[in-house]
Design a protein around this ligand. Structure first.
Ligand SMILES: [Cu+2]
Length: 285
């Protein structure tokens, strides 16, 4: 309990510090003793976050209402308080009400829910496209609007972490996905083998990557920072070891990175595979 209190105090001080300084890069990752959702990092995630809050209040209200009804039954209609019960079995008005009212509540929930689904589905006129392919057990990425270079992103090994302790175990990849801040990015997903799922909680993205299909969503991230995600579809023995690491940088830094990446991830002449395989699958051995 003491350590929990200490952790809470540390988290609180950290949050206040971040709020005051305002310059710390956004961290799209889970925190110790976190309650609720991760801080929203994208436009979609912000909408999901506020919709979740509205639904939570509605659920709390309904739960409270049902609890009050139960308490009335328990205290007003028990054998002692009400020794001769009525023989009433039907109440037409009441029966219509408890059918119609839940329907109205569900429709009220469905309208913003569908509008959010369509909002997250796709974007018109994206600024760029990122193509994502799931493999057993790593992700590969392509930038078709920037010369079509691509690379694999494998989880960092314990040896890498020993050399660079800043890397997060089970969360960092050897090659990060670099994306520009403030741009509409179309995400196209497919798989080379089995169904994977590209899920990043703080960006509100969780889409299956299915062999032979191209699934689509989009993301706009305004805060530079590092955002972590995971394969979220059971895809085999190393399912837990194919994390996603996204680094969002300013558009100027992104352009610089693209120039470097075009050289670093240059393809062979036939254009089918990177000439140099920098990433290695940690899990194979
Ligand atoms: Cu997977």
């Amino acid at each position: 309990m003491k350590s929990r209190l200490a952790a809470f105090a540390a988290a609180f001080v950290g949050a206040v510090g971040t709020a005051l300084s305002g310059s710390v890069a956004f961290a799209g990752e889970p925190r110790n003793w976190q309650l609720g959702l991760q801080d929203p990092g994208s436009l979609t995630a912000a909408r999901i976050d506020s919709f979740h809050d509205v639904l939570t209040w509605m659920m709390a209200g309904i739960s409270l209402f049902v609890m009050v009804l139960l308490l009335i039954v328990i205290f007003r209609f028990n054998e002692k308080a009400n020794p001769t019960p009525t023989k009433t079995t039907h109440n037409v008005v009441l029966e219509i009400a408890w059918t119609i009212v839940p329907v109205i509540i569900l429709v009220l929930m469905a309208i913003p829910s569908f509008s959010l689904l369509y909002y997250a589905d796709r974007v018109e006129d994206p600024d760029m496209t990122l193509k994502i392919t799931g493999h057993q057990w790593y992700w590969s990425y392509e930038y078709p609007d920037h010369g079509g270079f691509g690379f694999d992103a494998n989880m960092v090994s314990d040896d890498d972490i020993a050399k660079n302790p800043q890397l997060k175990r089970l969360m960092d990849t050897d090659n990060r996905v670099i994306l520009p801040a403030g741009k509409k990015i179309q995400l196209l997903m497919t798989s080379a083998d089995v169904i994977h799922n590209w899920g990043i909680a703080s960006l509100g993205v969780k889409v299956d990557s299915v062999p032979g299909r191209l699934n689509e969503t989009w993301v706009q991230v305004n805060e530079p920072g590092v955002y972590y995600g995971f394969c979220s579809e059971l895809c085999g023995v190393a399912h837990a070891f194919m994390p996603i690491t996204i680094e969002v940088v300013s558009p100027e830094d992104f352009d610089k990175w693209v120039e470097e990446a075009k050289v670093k991830f240059a393809r062979s002449d036939d254009g089918t595979a990177p000439a140099v395989r920098i990433a290695q699958n940690n899990v194979a051995d």
